[in-house]
Design a protein around this ligand. Structure first.
Ligand SMILES: Nc1ncnc2c1ncn2[C@@H]1O[C@H](COP(=O)(O)OP(=O)(O)OP(=O)(O)O)[C@@H](O)[C@H]1O
Ligand SMILES: [Mg+2]
Length: 489
């Protein structure tokens, strides 16, 4: 039994009538269809054009004007019909001559059923595979040619381009033809500031063979600077050595311009925020001092005056025996007590505005003191471990870190539900480290990024201005911790 790959309509070109009929009946017996038999090359060309067979079985030596090879050549010019040659014997010279006509196979006379079937099957199979391959190639070619991005493939050793699509012109100013003429053209367009980084990235791609996107600047043919983003893959040869780089290149100039502008704006905003914070701290310091020194002193003077008035009133009351004055004396005493209360409140307000302990004893002591005050007010236990010896910090730095600490404690009291806080101030390799961990519910990622609250944002900004590193982590049910590192110099 013969198995056929797919049923085909076959034209037989054979000048010996008996053999032609024999082949035709074999074809039918196997399960294919006959598209007729012809004996001359000229007829073969005509009939093939009229009835479009799926396959032609072509005898090489024919009696007419033209032989089978010439007929095949002419048919190939207009049709895509696969042709299998029928040869009388294994004549190498003749077979050599057929090579220019894209033969799909050879069968030798006398024909054997099985050989014929095999030749037809393999010709049809090859024809179908080639068609599918061609369709896929055409599809990728069309996609690539119409892509807005530049697509190219380049020999890794000699740097010559094997393929460059039309977008190369829009993106770099050079046509595909110019790329084919100048190996390594794109490499040469890289802006001098980016050459080193570009070569490094290219080496990385060659080493790792994975898609590594990198961004760099080139000089367009017009002279303007263009930002590109390139994603490359390395295709290896049969010896597993890098052979070709295939890359997609996108023009990202517009995005880069916005990025630069955004960065500039961010820097300006940061500087403004820094300035505002400094002004605020200076103002607080001024107000705290005015309240403490001026108001505090005035109140003390007032208290002294009252006390003197009380004493003289008591004396007069006694000497002149005026009992009403004794009542006045009592009230004066009470007033003096009230003034003490006011003095304490004034001190508290001044301290809250600007803890003078920070200026007098330094950051570590101020943190310890504030933790103590916080524990009293909130009922949250504070386990504090601070540096023994004082760290030398500029006042702006110290107050900034202190404000971060204050916000951390405020947040713990407001949001965490914690019962305990671990606070640590340390110094390591030229960095000041502030670590605060609570045992509360644990902040979530979303809460950390929440745009509407300013506490965390303010803390981050302060750290960035000081050139430090900020890390906040939360674990559900276990707590939240903050790690701040500030360079001391
Ligand atoms: N220690 C913490 N434990 C649990 N959640 C926290 C903690 N700290 C902050 N959060 C969460 O993160 C959010 C953002 O904190 P952030 O300090 O930025 O803002 P806020 O405290 O709500 O308002 P404010 O701008 O007045 O500081 C909080 O609303 C809270 O949901
Ligand atoms: Mg807050």
């Amino acid at each position: 039994m013969n198995l056929i790959f797919r049923k085909a309509r076959i034209l037989v070109v054979e000048d010996e009538k008996i053999i032609a009929k024999d082949i035709e009946s074999t074809i039918k017996r196997i399960g294919h269809e006959s598209a007729g038999t012809v004996s001359k090359g000229e007829d073969a060309i005509r009939v093939a054009g009229e009835c479009h067979p799926d396959l032609i079985l072509m005898d090489i030596t024919l009696k007419g004007e033209i032989d089978g090879i010439e007929a095949a050549r002419i048919i190939n010019e207009t049709l895509k019909t696969p042709i299998v040659y029928i040869t009388a014997h294994q004549d190498e010279d003749t077979i050599e001559k057929t090579k220019g006509t894209n033969p799909y196979g050879y069968i030798t006379k006398p024909l054997d059923d099985r050989d014929l079937n095999t030749a037809i099957n393999s010709a049809m199979y090859r024809f179908d595979v080639e068609n599918r391959l061609k369709a896929a190639e055409d599809k990728y070619f069309r996609l690539s040619e119409n892509a807005a991005d530049m697509i190219f493939s380049q020999d890794t050793a000699k740097l010559n381009y094997r393929y460059v699509n039309a977008s190369s012109f829009r993106i770099t100013g050079y046509t595909p033809e110019e790329y084919y003429e100048k190996p390594g053209l794109l490499d040469n367009l890289v802006h001098h500031e980016w050459k080193e980084q570009y070569m490094f990235s290219k080496q990385q791609v060659l080493k790792s063979s994975i898609t590594l996107p990198f961004e760099f600047k080139i000089v367009h043919k017009s002279g303007r600077e263009v930002w590109l983003n390139q994603r490359s893959v390395v295709v290896k040869n049969s010896k597993n050595e890098p052979d070709t780089i295939e890359a997609i290149v996108t023009d990202v100039t517009e995005r880069k311009i916005y990025e630069v502008k955004l960065e500039e704006t961010t820097q300006k905003l940061r500087a403004l925020s820094n300035y505002l914070q400094r002004v605020r701290e200076e103002e607080r310091l001024y107000i705290a001092r005015e309240i403490h020194d001026q108001l505090g002193q005035d109140l003390t003077v007032l208290k002294m005056d009252l006390s003197m008035l009380g004493k003289s009133s008591a004396k007069t009351a006694k000497e002149k025996n005026i009992p009403e004055l004794d009542k006045v004396c009592l009230e004066l005493k009470e007033m003096s007590g009230s003034i003490d209360g006011i003095i304490n409140k004034v001190r508290k307000i001044a301290t809250e505005l600007r803890p003078d302990i920070l200026d007098k004893l330094g950051l570590a002591e101020a943190i310890e003191w504030h933790a103590g005050e916080f524990e009293k007010r909130s009922g949250i236990k504070c386990i504090t471990k601070v540096l023994e010896e004082e760290i030398q910090l500029k006042p702006e730095k110290a107050i900034s870190i202190f404000r971060i600490f204050q916000e951390t404690l405020t947040n713990a009291a407001r949001h965490s539900g914690a019962t305990e806080l671990k606070i640590e101030v340390a110094e390591k390799n030229g960095w000041l480290i502030l670590h605060v961990a609570d045992n509360g519910r644990g902040i979530t990622e979303a809460e950390m990024e929440k745009g509407s609250s300013l506490g965390i944002l303010g803390m981050k900004e302060r750290v960035l201005i000081l050139g430090g590193i900020w890390k906040m982590t939360g674990e559900k049910g276990k707590g939240t911790s903050i790690d701040v590192r500030i360079p001391l110099r």
